[in-house]
Design a protein around this ligand. Structure first.
Ligand code: CP3
Length: 354
C-alpha cells in the first residue's frame, strides 16, 4: 500500500475518525485561476490540455499550490467517453460542448463502439499516472466519470440543452433505443473507472448533472438504474485500500435513500437540501459531500465563514462529511474567497472531531 501524508478525504468517505473535515471544490482547477487561463491560452483549447499528460497534471496541481486542499481531482472532462466513441467533440467559446455527430437513431447506437480505456482513452490513464507520481503521496487523487444518463443528454442533444427535448422524446417515444445507449455507456463507464483505479485514482465520483430534470420514476429507470449497475461493477479495493465511490445527482435531494441503496460509499449534495436533513435520512448508510452554494463565494470572507459554520453545525459531530460546494466553482470567483472558504472549513471543523 502506498503511503498518504493526508488521508482525511478517504477516511471521511469511509466514516473513519479525522482531525478536521476534509475539503475540496468541484471544478477546483479551472478558469477562476489566472494560472489556469495562462496555460489554457498557451495550449490553445481545453481538450489539448486534457490530452497532454504533463499539462493535465500541471493544471490538476495548480489549486493545490494555492490552497491546503485535501484531495486532487483528475483534470479531464466527462465528455471524453462520447469523444472516444467517435462523436466528434469540440468546445465553442461561450457555448459549451458540441458534438459533430450526435446520436439520432437505433443504427447510431448499434454502431457505437465501447472505448478501450488504455487505447482511445489512454491519454486519461497517462494523466492519472503522471498526477499520482507528481502528487508524491501528499493527498489522494479522485477519478471521475459522467453518469450514463448525463452523458446521453449531451450525445443526443448534440451539446448542452435547456429543455432536453430530444432526449426526453427518445425516452418516451423510443425507450428501447435509449436503454441500449445507456447500457453501452454503463459498460464503458465501468471499464473507464476501473482503468482509472488501476492507473492510480484512489476514489471515484460519478457526476449525474442532469438526473434532476426527470420525474422520480424516470430517474430510477433512466439514471439511477445504470449508476447502480456501475457501482456493482467497480473495483472497490485496490493496492490494499478501499476505493470509495461517490454519487452526485444535481437536484437529487428527493432521492437520497434510493441513491444510498446502490451500495455507494458517499452521496454528493447540491445546496438545495439541508445537510442535517440528508444526514437524518441516509447518514447511517453513507458519507455526505457538500454543500455550500457556489455563489456564496461572491460574498465576503466573513459571510463565507458564517455559512461554513452553519453547514458544519448541520452535519454535527463526527466523521462522514467531506466539505465541498454544491456544484462547480464558477469562473468569476476571486481565488482569495476560495482560500477563505477552505481555511474556514479546516479552522472551524476541529471542534466537531474532538
Ligand atoms: O473538478 C475539476 O476540477 C476536474 C475537472 C472537470 C472538468 N469538467 C473540467 C472542465 C470535471 C470533473 C468536469 C465534469 C463535467 N464536465 C461535468 C459534470 C460536473 C458538472 O459541472 O455538472 C459536466 C456536465 C461537464 C461538461 C462540460 N465540460 C461543460 C458543460 C463544459 C463547459 C462549461 C463552461 O463553463 O464553459 C465543460 C468544459 C470544462 N470542463 C472546463 C473545465 C475546466 C472549462 C474549459 C475551459 O474553457 O477552459
Amino acid at each position: 500500500m502506498s503511503e498518504l501524508k493526508n488521508d482525511r478525504y478517504l477516511r471521511a468517505l469511509l466514516k473513519q475518525p479525522v482531525d478536521a473535515t476534509p475539503v475540496w471544490m468541484m471544478r477546483q482547477a479551472g478558469r477562476y485561476l489566472p494560472e489556469y487561463r495562462a496555460l489554457r491560452a498557451e495550449a490553445g483549447d481545453f481538450m489539448s490540455l486534457c490530452k497532454n499528460a504533463e499539462l493535465a497534471c500541471e493544471v490538476t496541481l495548480q489549486p493545490l499550490r494555492r490552497f491546503p486542499l485535501d484531495a486532487a481531482i483528475l483534470f479531464s472532462d466527462i465528455l471524453t467517453i462520447p469523444d472516444a466513441m467517435g462523436l466528434g467533440l469540440h468546445f465553442e467559446t461561450g457555448e459549451g460542448p458540441r458534438f459533430e455527430r450526435p446520436i439520432m437513431d437505433m443504427r447510431d447506437v448499434v454502431n457505437l463502439p465501447i472505448p478501450d480505456p488504455e487505447q482511445e482513452l489512454g491519454y486519461v490513464m497517462n494523466a492519472v499516472r503522471t498526477i499520482r507520481r507528481e502528487l508524491k503521496g501528499e493527498v489522494p487523487l479522485i477519478g471521475f466519470s459522467g453518469s450514463p444518463w448525463t452523458l446521453a443528454t449531451y450525445m443526443v442533444e448534440g451539446g448542452s440543452s435547456k429543455t432536453f427535448g430530444k432526449i426526453k422524446k427518445m425516452a418516451f417515444a423510443e425507450p428501447e433505443i435509449l436503454h441500449m445507449l445507456l447500457d453501452k455507456l454503463a459498460d464503458s463507464v465501468i471499464l473507464y473507472l476501473n482503468a482509472q483505479i488501476k492507473a492510480g485514482a484512489q476514489s471515484v465520483m460519478i457526476f449525474d448533472t442532469w438526473g434532476g430534470i426527470l420525474t422520480p420514476r424516470d430517474y430510477r429507470e433512466f439514471s439511477l438504474g445504470y449508476m447502480d449497475k456501475i457501482v456493482a461493477g467497480l473495483i472497490r479495493e485496490y493496492d490494499g485500500r478501499k476505493v470509495p465511490v461517490t454519487l452526485f445527482t444535481k437536484n437529487g435531494g428527493m432521492w437520497l435513500e434510493a441513491m444510498a441503496a446502490t451500495g455507494c460509499d458517499a452521496l454528493g449534495l447540491d445546496w438545495t437540501i439541508d445537510i442535517a436533513d440528508a444526514k437524518a435520512r441516509v447518514g447511517d448508510k453513507v458519507a455526505l459531500q457538500g454543500n455550500m452554494d457556489p455563489a456564496m463565494l461572491h460574498a465576503s470572507p466573513e459571510r463565507i465563514r458564517q455559512e461554513v459554520q452553519k453547514i458544519l453545525d448541520g452535519f454535527g459531530q463526527g466523521s462522514g462529511h467531506v466539505f465541498n460546494l454544491g456544484h462547480g466553482i464558477t469562473p468569476d470567483v476571486d481565488p482569495e474567497n476560495a482560500g477563505a472558504f477552505i481555511n474556514s472549513v479546516h479552522e472551524l471543523s476541529r471542534l466537531y472531531h474532538l
